[in-house]
Write a protein that binds this ligand. Structure first.
Ligand SMILES: *Cc1c(COP(=O)(O)O)cnc(C)c1O
Length: 383
């Protein structure tokens, strides 16, 4: 079965009990357990819920995992994963880590609950150098946010296995439609399902998926104990989103490619970061490990152009945090997602004040190009 077919015909295609075309939203918090009532796999919805279970099973199928856990947000999933570590454990993180995960890890480190160091995960040598005797895990995001650097998933998985480390990939930017880190040897995949999986900027959700029984047992315990589970209604919304993930991603990616090529020709744009461009340093590696370049690109505006002027003249694209929706979203990482990252660290990450991140939606490309052309021209004529 092709991947786009699998997205539609996932295990949520029909409701097991009624054969309805969509799974039931089971809001029951508890399940009758009196003797003689027949066995139910469910007892209490924090532990396990039928609607959430359909989503968790679907995510397993898509990511080629065996155990999936759905959480109330991407950060709830990430926080649950970091509960797998003990004080004294050391984790190697990408130096251009997602802003929220950066804050979480810095806070855990400040409380003495985790030792961390940052590495350029697009360089195997840099990652190797950061490994210590106490290192327990290797964490990556590829393409990274917001500069779209590419990490070699196969090589990092091999390194992790050799050193006995848990390898963790935040696969939010690609979605399982385009990239499957577990199949490349990673131990754990994390998602902010708020982005491409949900796809409509109308639900917050997160997930963690693994093939390893030991990690699954501990993650399920964390999910039960900390209780950051995804609600049945929101599980259903993510399931609905997943059905159109393929067709959305195809269109969004096509728009991203055309917009990247268009913006690369503009004199008011000094740099375009997009793994689909052959000029991108990670282009070849990315296209080997993923089925497409995705729908997120970043641009560096020329020094003469003011970010505020460009943003003020955009008519179609919304100016907001987040990505992966059907509408084009433009964000300013330096003041938004990475606003709480200290300036010198932002510099190291490559997040300059002139950087704009674009998540292309499904609009007609002519309208998108006209929107950016209009905004850039208006902003340039001002300077
Ligand atoms: C948005 C995002 C998160 C956090 O997810 P939420 O659903 O906002 O909690 C984590 N990682 C990446 C790469 C993200 O883009």
């Amino acid at each position: 079965m092709q991947r786009s077919t699998k997205l539609v015909h996932n295990c949520a295609l029909t409701d097991a009990a009624t054969r309805a075309s969509s799974p039931a939203i089971q809001r029951g918090s508890t399940f009758d357990q009196r003797p003689g009532g027949g066995p139910s796999p469910y007892a209490y919805s924090r532990v396990s819920n039928p609607t959430r279970a359909v989503l968790e099973q679907t995510l397993c199928e898509l990511e080629e995992g065996r155990h999936g856990f759905a959480f109330a947000s991407g950060m709830a999933a990430i926080a649950a994963v970091f509960q797998l570590f003990e004080p004294g454990d050391h984790v190697v993180l990408p130096h251009d880590l997602y802003g929220g995960t950066f804050q979480l890890c810095e806070s855990l480190a400040a409380q003495g609950r985790l030792a961390i160091s940052y590495a350029d995960t697009s360089s195997l040598a840099d990652v190797e150098q950061a490994i210590r005797p106490q290192t327990r895990a290797l964490y990556v995001e590829t393409p990274s946010n917001p500069c779209l650097r590419i990490a070699d998933l196969k090589a990092l998985a091999a390194l992790g296995r050799e050193r006995g480390l848990i390898t963790i990939a935040d696969n939010t930017f690609m979605s399982p439609y385009l990239q499957r880190p577990l199949s490349l040897g990673f131990d754990l995949v994390i998602h902010s399902a708020t982005k491409f999986l949900g796809g409509h900027s109308d639900v917050l959700a997160g997930a963690a998926i693994t093939q390893r029984e030991d990690l699954a047992d501990r993650l399920h315990q964390v999910q039960i104990m900390y209780g950051g589970i995804l609600s049945p209604d929101d599980s259903w919304l993510v399931l609905r989103g997943i059905k159109t993930l393929g067709i959305r991603m195809d269109r969004e990616q096509q728009n991203a490619m055309q917009l990247a090529e268009f913006l690369a020709r503009r004199p008011d744009v000094s740099q375009v970061y997009y793994p689909g461009l052959s000029t991108h340093p990670g282009h070849v590696l990315h296209m080997e490990q993923a089925d497409g370049p995705g729908a997120v690109l970043s641009i560096e505006l020329s020094p003469a152009v003011r970010v505020q002027d460009v943003v003020a003249h955009l008519q179609l694209a919304i100016f907001a945090v987040s990505l992966g929706g059907v509408e084009t979203i433009v964000s300013h990482p330096a003041t938004m997602s990475h606003g709480r990252v200290p300036a010198e660290i932002r510099q190291r990450m490559g997040v300059s004040d002139q950087l704009l991140r674009i998540s292309t939606g499904i609009e007609a490309i002519e309208d998108l190009m006209a929107d950016f052309e209009g905004a850039l021209t208006a902003a340039s004529s001002r300077g």
